[in-house]
Ligand binder design. Structure first.
Ligand code: S3P
Length: 175
């Protein structure tokens, strides 16, 4: 059995896209945590925020983390705020190696563009909100075991890089 690859990092860094490519490459099951939350609750992330607020979303997110953390051999992509709860960090690390995908605020804005389904970026000053949140979350992303710069290439290349970084990490016995 192998440790889960857990992709963390800010919104728009490509966690879901890279995760699905990586899972295919590693012949592993892929779980997107946001999709899990939507499946379990039966409503969209935006609706959860609108109707019940961010705190409720964070509770549902922790429940989803608990469910996936007991499994092995997965590739998991997470929502950008998952590490702000310490319990989530602990649970995800139990069976997993945390890989942080990184990108600059400008690149993130370019990638999420005008898409407004992300409640936390549904504001007038998007670049300001991104910069502020990245700063605020820097200390949480530092909990990751590895990090990969996603500005160097497309999702296939980044998936290959994550695979190599993860494999070396496990081989070196750092997990
Ligand atoms: C969030 C990121 C989103 C989603 C929710 C909250 C965050 O996921 O979980 O809107 O707090 O950064 P993505 O990182 O996949 O956009």
């Amino acid at each position: 059995m192998g440790k889960n690859v857990v992709l963390v990092g800010f919104m728009g860094t490509g966690k879901s896209r890279v995760g699905s490519i990586l899972a295919r490459k590693m012949r592993r099951r892929f779980i997107d945590l946001d999709d899990e939350i939507v499946r379990q609750s039966g409503i969209s992330i935006k609706e959860i925020f609108d109707r019940y607020g961010e705190d409720r979303f964070r509770e549902l997110e922790s429940e989803a983390v608990r469910r996936v953390s007991s499994m092995e051999d997965l590739v998991i992509s997470t929502g950008g705020g998952v590490l702000i709860r310490e319990e989530n960090v602990e649970m995800l690390k139990q069976n997993g190696v945390l890989v942080c995908l990184e990108a600059s605020a400008g690149e993130i804005l370019r990638r999420v563009g005008g898409r407004t389904h992300r409640p936390l970026l549904n504001v007038e000053d998007k670049i300001g909100a991104i910069e502020e949140k990245i700063e605020e979350r820097r200390r949480f992303y530092a909990f990751a075991d590895l990090s990969v710069d996603t500005e160097k290439g497309g999702p296939d290349m980044i998936a290959a890089e994550v695979f190599k970084a993860f494999s070396d990490y496990v081989k070196d016995g750092r997990d």
